[in-house]
Each structure stands twice: as structure tokens, then as C-alpha cells.
Design a protein around this ligand. Structure first.
Ligand SMILES: Cc1cc2nc3c(=O)[nH]c(=O)nc-3n(C[C@H](O)[C@H](O)[C@H](O)COP(=O)(O)OP(=O)(O)OC[C@H]3O[C@@H](n4cnc5c(N)ncnc54)[C@H](O)[C@@H]3O)c2cc1C
Length: 595
């Protein structure tokens, strides 16, 4: 069943450093490209076109494989043309091709009313000894398969991983591939029982602080949209996507430019991954919250769990996600684990009818059923009050729903998700402005938990403005810009319910000014974005971690040896893929120490 594609740590460009957020800050032009499902190609024999240049002989008998980039197809062009176009770019006859497979497809919607798909394909030559005499434009040699991971001596005490989010699960997988089994400790429930708690919060606003959108098997990643796009360009991105596909996520994620699994299919893949880990000797403990660390001689010596029990180990991978507030508070109170406040971003979730976003993005082609629901990504950098701020859309969910994501009673925050078919009638995205340590200080918050307390403060204000039970304070975008709350709200996907409110009452004035200025700019770039049909829902605050647990080049805490801060919560990743990669890199580091 296993088909590992392994990349060694030496290939990693960022030793010890974080992997950034899954928010992209690229230009709108690049970002109007959209997802596309996988496709089947007919065999080359069905293609009639023949006769281009020639091949030369190469020593050995390996059939050469080439990657051919930038092959465009209009929506009404048949996919069979890909073989012909690949052969043209290779300057050979199509009869010289043994196979052609799509490795990437991206919808290019820059030409409004006339979108097309841009493909990268991999072509294998028919002749065993054939090789191109030189590489034509848009052609590269296909990358060689990575070598299998090196097996290492298992340690006396198994490493313990805190959290079963993408970071924890992929760390366990990476360790296992090197022959090391681990113990995973998770405060929440396994993914199937967790579903009921998530549903209840959506239905009637009852929060289970231990089992919710953030806590439980699969982490914040499990009931999320499952968008696997990332702005990081790391060799392990491919491994993460292939792993999800191997454990049952749909194969089209292997070729999509912006792979998307969907909240309905992601939990199944997570469950199968965990089953494989346990089948091969890992232990997974659910419903056990880590309360603190045990120390001996400046090293980690184990963990104290919520049931009072202790787990001894000399290696702890700390992957508790960005909402593990009690743990960070414990660390700050004790002062043993070095930690700093970290900038993040805060704002609202914007929701529009999907049909409106389709019209804006696709123009005349907006109703073409061959097109997926349109997405968008917008970025604006502004100087407000002498400070440069980034305001951007975050985690855009075409055909999605807005969901409540609190972990503590009396605090309101939201996020977005969508099912694999992206068939809700709404489109939503976070619209957030970056906040810095200076912002925390201006609001009266200091020390390592300054960002966390700033986040919590605004979540409490939003809860009050919403009137309780996770009803979200909300306002139409034009009313927010005008500072009035007169108009009734339009329809929404947010299940607990909306409370009409003036969102100008949230956030310091300079943040509000930045958000408003960016919204006007977004409307200039996407005409109709500011319309009565668009609403803002409060608030989006868990965009990334408000703390960073300091670690060195050896991936270990700078103050506690044997502690490996990992993933989004410790400040080294943002999003499913980068968190998973961070876990894999820590696994590689531990394996290298054991080799
Ligand atoms: C609704 C929603 C939608 C999202 N959509 C996307 C998306 O489409 N694409 C994307 O890339 N990202 C998305 N994200 C973000 C993504 O889920 C996170 O970036 C990612 O899950 C972080 O991975 P992680 O492993 O670092 O932490 P997490 O996934 O947060 O996992 C941490 C785990 O640790 C456990 N834990 C916490 N404290 C303790 C403790 N004290 N003891 C034991 N266990 C503990 C938690 O229960 C949790 O299971 C979304 C997030 C949300 C909330």
C-alpha cells in the first residue's frame, strides 16, 4: 500500500526556520488561477498527428521522461490535444511517446469571459534508448524518484508527540518511515466522535472546550476545507499531497494547481493515516490533555497529563496548534520554555453569494458549468498612521460555509470550510490586517503572551457584540464602510446565526482604517465586492499563532533540550501543508540524531 516519495533533510532550504502562512501575498494576476479536477488521457495511439524532429540514442536502456510546461487548452478543446501539444513542444512525433500524464493543471481566468487551463504533463518516450539532443523551451527532464528513507536505531524511550494535527501526524509518519515508532497524545476525540461535537456547536452554539473545530484527531486540519495550497516551495509539498491521496483523499489533488480535499473527505484520510500508524506500532491516546512538561538536567524528561498520569520520554515533539492557550500560559508562568509574542492578523470573514463572485471573476463565462466556483485572493499593503500594514484575504472558500471556531466559552471567532463538491451557494474568505507586537503594546498587552491576550480580548468583545451562543456580530460591507447598521442582513451560511451589529466597534482605529481602505481597493479590483450582498462576519482571529516557541538550527527549543516545537502553534508554519512539512522535518532531524 505504501508508495513513499521521500526527501532528505539535506534538501531542505530552511534548517530550523518556519514555513510561513498558507496565505499568499502574490499578485492578483497570478492568483486568479483556479483549481481543476484530475483528468484521464487517451493513449497516444489515438492521436492522429505525426512527424516532428528526431531523437538521438542515449547510453543505457532507461526510457527518458520529460516535463512539458505551459500547455494551454481552452475550455472547449478536447484533452486528447495534450498529447499532440506535448509532442510539438518536444519537437518529436507523437508516435515517439509511450505515455503522457498530467502532473499539474491550473485554471487561468485572467482573460475574463475566456478562461483556459494551463497544464504541465510528464511524457515518457517510447524508445528505450531515446533522448532529446537538447531541451526545447518549456521542457525539463522529469525529476528522479527520491531514495527511500534510511532506517535508524530506535531509541530506548519512544518520542512523544503532543497533538494529532497535520504536524503531529506527519511527524509520526516520518519517524515511522525511518523505523521509529512514537506515542501521540491528543486532548480531543477521535475524528468520528468529534464530528458530533462540531455539529452541535454549529446547530445550537453548545461548545465542548475539548472537542471542537480546533481540538481532536486531525487537529484544526480535520474539519477544515482541506485546501492543500501553500505559498512555500519545498520539496516535501509533493510528499504531503501524495500521502493524503495514498490514504484515500481523491486522486485529483495530485494534479490540481490548488489541491482541495473538502471537509467531507479529509476526516476519512486522517483516520486511515492514524490506523496505519497504529498498525505499524505507534500508540495514539485520545482524550488526554498535556498539562505540563517534566524536566531533568535542562532536558525534557516527560509529560504530565490531565488525568494526573505521567509519560516518561527524552524527546517531546510539541505540535499543539495555535489554540493551545493553557499550555502556552503554563510555559509563560514557569519561564522554562523560551517563547516570544508573534505577529499575526485579525479581521472578519466576508461572505458573498457564489454567483456574484463567479460573475466578477469569470465575466461572461460566469455561468459556464464547466468552470469550478470562482475564488479570489487579494492583497493590499498600506501605510496607515506611519506604519506599513498588509491587508489580505485569507483561506478563501468557494462554495463554502462560515463556521464558529472557538475553543473557550465566551469567545467568538470564525473560519471557513467547504465540502469536496464546493456546492454551497456562498463564497467566503477571511479579510485580515497584520498586527504587530507594537499593536499589542498599544492595547496594553506585554510579554510572551501579549499577542494571545490581544487575540482573546477581541474575541471576548466580538462574543458580547454577537449577544452570546456563538451568534456572530455581522454587518453588510457598505454599512461597515459607512458606519451604519440600518439595513437588514442578507442570507448566510453561518449556522449559529448572525446578530446585526456595528463592527466599527471592534478593533483599534488604525486597524479599522486599514481594513476599510483595503475593502475599497478590493472593490476597485473586483467590481461588486462592496455590495449589499456582501457581509462581514465577526471575527477572524486565529489566522496563525500569537506566540513563537524559540528553537535552534537543531529544531530543539533553545532553552529545553529534547523539546521540538513544531507546526503552526509554535510559530513555524501556517496551514495544513506547511504544518505537515514542519512535522516531517522534525522527524528527519530526530532520525539524523539516531543514525
Ligand atoms: C475551520 C478551519 C479551516 C481551515 N482551512 C484550512 C485549509 O483549507 N487549508 C489549510 O492549509 N489550512 C486550513 N486551516 C488551518 C489548518 O487547519 C492549520 O494550519 C493546521 O491544522 C495546523 O496544524 P498543526 O498540526 O500545527 O496544529 P493543529 O492542526 O491545530 O493540531 C493541534 C492538535 O493538538 C491538540 N492539542 C492542543 N493542545 C493540546 C494539549 N495540551 N494536549 C494534547 N493535545 C493538544 C489539538 O486538539 C489538535 O488536535 C483551517 C483551520 C480552521 C480552523
Amino acid at each position: 500500500m505504501r508508495r513513499p516519495v521521500h526527501t532528505t533533510e539535506s534538501q531542505s532550504p530552511l534548517k530550523g526556520q518556519g514555513l510561513g502562512a498558507y496565505v499568499s501575498t502574490q499578485s492578483l494576476q497570478q492568483e486568479s488561477a483556479l483549481d481543476f479536477s484530475g483528468l484521464q488521457l487517451p493513449p497516444p495511439a489515438e492521436v492522429e498527428e505525426r512527424g516532428f524532429g528526431a531523437l538521438c540514442e542515449q547510453p543505457g536502456n532507461e526510457a527518458m521522461k520529460y516535463r512539458i510546461h505551459n500547455i494551454g487548452l481552452w475550455l472547449d478543446e478536447p484533452q486528447v490535444l495534450l498529447t499532440k501539444r506535448a509532442a510539438e513542444k518536444l519537437r518529436i512525433g507523437a508516435e515517439h511517446l509511450k505515455s503522457v500524464r498530467v502532473v499539474r493543471s491550473v485554471l487561468d481566468a485572467r482573460k475574463k469571459g475566456n478562461p483556459r487551463y494551463i497544464y504541465t504533463v510528464e511524457a515518457e518516450l517510447a524508445s528505450e534508448n531515446g533522448k532529446l539532443p537538447s531541451l526545447p523551451p518549456d521542457v525539463s527532464e522529469a525529476p528522479a524518484a527520491a531514495p527511500p528513507p534510511k532506517q535508524v536505531r530506535p531509541p530506548e524511550k519512544r518520542p512523544v508527540i503532543v497533538g494529532t494535527g497535520p504536524s503531529g501526524l506527519f511527524c509520526a509518519l516520518g519517524l515511522l518511515e525511518s523505523g521509529v515508532t512514537s506515542i501521540l497524545v491528543e486532548r480531543g476525540k477521535e475524528v468520528v466522535s468529534r464530528r458530533k461535537d462540531v455539529a452541535q456547536l454549529m446547530r445550537d452554539g453548545t461548545l465542548n472546550p475539548e472537542s471542537n473545530m480546533n481540538f481532536g484527531e486531525g487537529g484544526a486540519g480535520a474539519y477544515t476545507d482541506g485546501k492543500l495550497s501553500t505559498r512555500i516551495n519545498h520539496p516535501l509539498v509533493r510528499k504531503v499531497i501524495e500521502t493524503f491521496a495514498r490514504f484515500g483523499a481523491p486522486d485529483h489533488i495530485l494534479v490540481e494547481g490548488k489541491p482541495h480535499i473538502g471537509s467531507d473527505l479529509l476526516p476519512g484520510a486522517v483516520e486511515r493515516l492514524r490506523e496505519e500508524l497504529t498498525r505499524q506500532g505507534c500508540e495514539v491516546h485520545f482524550g488526554r490533555r498535556v498539562e505540563n512538561l517534566l524536566y531533568a538536567n535542562g532536558r525534557v524528561a516527560g509529560l504530565v497529563l490531565s488525568d494526573g498520569s505521567k509519560l516518561e520520554t527524552d524527546r517531546v515533539v510539541l505540535a499543539p496548534g495555535n489554540s493551545a492557550r493553557e499550555l502556552f500560559e503554563r510555559f509563560a508562568a514557569e519561564g522554562k520554555v523560551s517563547m516570544d509574542p508573534k505577529p499575526f492578523a485579525i479581521g472578519f470573514r466576508a461572505e458573498h453569494p457564489q454567483a456574484l463572485i463567479n460573475r466578477i471573476q469569470y465575466g461572461a463565462a460566469g455561468e459556464d458549468p464547466k468552470l469550478p466556483p470562482a475564488d479570489y485572493k487579494l492583497v493590499n499593503n498600506l501605510e496607515v498612521g506611519g506604519e506599513l500594514r498588509g491587508i489580505y484575504t485569507f483561506c478563501m472558500c468557494p462554495g463554502g460555509v462560515v463556521v464558529p471556531t472557538p475553543t473557550e466559552p465566551g469567545l467568538q471567532c470564525t473560519n471557513g470550510m467547504s465540502n469536496s463538491r464546493r456546492n454551497s451557494k456562498f463564497a467566503n474568505a477571511g479579510i485580515v490586517v497584520s498586527v504587530s507586537v507594537d499593536d499589542f503594546a498599544r492595547a496594553g498587552f506585554q510579554g510572551p503572551l501579549a499577542g494571545l491576550n490581544f487575540q482573546r480580548h477581541w474575541e471576548a468583545q466580538a462574543y458580547q457584540l454577537g449577544g452570546g451562543r456563538y451568534h456572530a456580530p455581522a454587518q453588510s460591507i457598505p454599512d461597515y464602510l459607512a458606519g451604519r447598521t440600518k439595513r437588514p442582513l442578507t442570507d448566510t451560511s453561518y449556522r449559529p446565526g448572525l446578530t446585526p451589529a456595528d463592527l466599527n466597534r471592534l478593533f483599534p482605529a488604525e486597524l479599522t482604517a486599514s481594513l476599510k481602505s483595503a475593502l475599497r481597493d478590493f472593490d476597485r479590483r473586483m467590481r461588486g465586492f462592496v455590495s449589499d450582498e456582501g457581509i462581514l462576519i465577526g471575527i477572524e482571529s486565529r489566522t496563525s499563532s500569537p506566540v513563537r516557541v524559540s528553537r535552534g538550527d537543531d529544531f530543539q527549543s533553545v532553552s529545553v533540550a529534547g523539546l521540538y516545537p513544531s507546526g503552526e502553534g509554535c510559530g513555524y508554519a501556517g496551514g495544513i501543508v506547511s504544518s505537515a512539512i514542519d512535522g516531517l522535518r522534525i522527524a528527519a532531524q530526530i532520525a539524523s540524531e539516531l543514525a
